[in-house]
Every structure is written in C-alpha cells, then in structure tokens.
Design a protein around this ligand. Structure first.
Ligand code: IPE
Ligand code: IPE
Ligand code: MG
Length: 247
C-alpha cells in the first residue's frame, strides 16, 4: 500500500521540499477511548515516528512539526508536565535511530521557558544528530508565530542601534533571516490533522503561499499512508503565487 503510494508520488511531479505539520487531535483521540489526555499525547509520539520515516522515504528535505505552542503553556500544569516528559522520552529514545537515518534535528522556539531537564534532553538530540543529511527535522517547541516576529523586530532594531544596519536596508530577506527558520525554504505544504481550519499562531510569515492539506484524521491515527496521501494531494495543486498561470 505505502509502496504503491510512494511510486505514485515519484511519478507525480514536483514534491514539496518543506512540509510543515500541525499535529492536532491527541486529546480527542484519548477522550474517544475514555483515556486521559496524556495517553493521547503518548500515542501521538508514534505518529511522529511514522511522519519522520515517511518524509525520509519520500525524500522531503525539511519536515517541521508543531509540537508545543506558546499558547499551550496555558494548559493545566499536569498536561504541560506530561508533554515535557514525553519530549524528554522522545529525545532519549529516538536520537540514535534518527542519527542512523541521517535526520538532523533542530529545536526552534522560546526555549528559555523550557525546564532544565527538558532542555538537556533537547541539547542531547540536537548534538547527536548534527550533520545528518537525509532530512532536516524542525521540532517547534514553545513556538509562536507572533512571538517569532516580535523577536525578529527586536533583533533587527538592535542591529540598527549598533550601526550594523539601516532601516532602509530592511527587506523581506533581512526579516526572513531574523526568524528561527533562517536559511530554510518556506513550507510548500502544511498538513493539519483533526479537521480544524485554522493556523493557531504557526509560522505566520513562512506560510504566506503554502498549500494546505487539512484532514479529519486525529494525529495519533495519522500514519505514513496519510502523509503520502497529503503529498499526492499537493501534487494536484496549481500554485500561482498571485500570477495568472502556475510557476
Ligand atoms: C495536539 O493535540 C498536541 C498539542 C497541542 C500539544 P491536542 O492536545 O491539541 O488535542 P485536542 O485538540 O485537544 O484533541
Ligand atoms: C496547535 O494545536 C498547537 C500544536 C499542535 C502544538 P492546539 O490544539 O493548541 O490549537 P487550537 O487551540 O485548537 O487552536
Ligand atoms: Mg488541539
């Protein structure tokens, strides 16, 4: 099944270079089974593994996963603690396998808000996977699109104050270069699971011309076949970027 989908993707024309995912629906997955929310998040970790493997198999260059938003800090402390614990578990359990696959992990977001134990686990996975060339995996943690833009404004203002930059010289590429995603192509495809039609403060600048694939599947149920189906959907799109014809 997934081999057949991969074959169709290979024949289907241009693939996205950068795929971003809003991994949503863990809580509803658990509630539907009468389980506590944290078990939904734990099951969601398996879906992360599937998505990474699928991205490697489909030869995607960059995969960006929205794992924890700035607004998610407002959840009950027990849930936040469970999520940070799972992050530690993921970092420890997966790093050797990610390295073996050639996945280079980057963690983007306001990590100053993250506790020391979780930070250490994050540093471990980043260090161990450095230099991987098969896939760049961005884990967005304590990340918010508005906060990223505020941070960029501050960084540029500091450079102006230091006399390294003039206001007139600030253009789209200067601003892009002050974001967490500096140097990366913008996402070509955004996948959101669990049927919500919103951005939830994700990559506000970078998503300007991204194609969206929204599926009702809840994140813990989202497997490699779903990922491949999203790529096939992308390949049917006519990306015009405001022009009359594609291209
Ligand atoms: C996504 O699942 C994971 C995070 C936001 C951390 P949710 O926890 O948002 O699940 P739902 O939306 O309540 O089902
Ligand atoms: C978005 O999901 C954040 C992540 C997937 C990490 P949420 O569940 O937090 O978003 P809303 O509350 O439905 O907008
Ligand atoms: Mg949600």
């Amino acid at each position: 099944m997934s081999e057949e989908l991969l074959r169709r993707i290979r024949l289907g024309g241009e693939r996205p270079k950068h795929v971003a995912v809003i991994m949503d629906g863990n809580g509803r997955w658990a509630a539907a089974r009468g389980l506590p929310r944290h078990l939904g998040h734990r099951e969601g970790m398996k879906a992360v593994r599937e998505a990474v493997e699928a991205a490697v198999e489909a030869e995607i260059e960059v995969l960006t996963l929205y794992a924890f938003s700035t607004e998610n800090w407002k959840r009950p402390v027990t849930e936040v603690t469970a999520l940070m614990g799972l992050l530690q578990l993921y970092a420890r359990k997966e790093r050797a396998e990610l390295r073996r696959k050639g996945v280079e992990v980057h963690v983007l977001g306001d990590l100053a808000r993250v506790d020391g134990v979780t930070r250490a686990a994050i540093d471990g996975i980043v260090e161990e996977t450095r230099g991987g060339t098969a896939l760049r995996l961005n884990l967005m943690i304590s990340y918010g699109g508005r906060e990223e833009l505020v941070r960029a404004a501050r960084l540029l203002a500091e450079r102006v104050r230091a006399g390294q930059l003039t206001p007139d010289a600030i253009d789209e590429s200067t601003l892009s270069g002050a974001l967490f995603t500096q140097g990366l192509p913008n996402p070509d495809l955004l996948i959101r699971t669990s049927g919500e039609y919103r951005i939830s403060n994700f990559m506000l600048w970078q998503l300007a011309y991204t194609e969206m694939h929204i599926t009702d599947v809840l994140w813990p149920d989202f497997g490699r076949e779903h990922f491949f189906e999203a790529l096939l959907d992308y390949q049917t799109r006519d990306r015009r970027f405001g022009r009359v014809t594609a291209g």
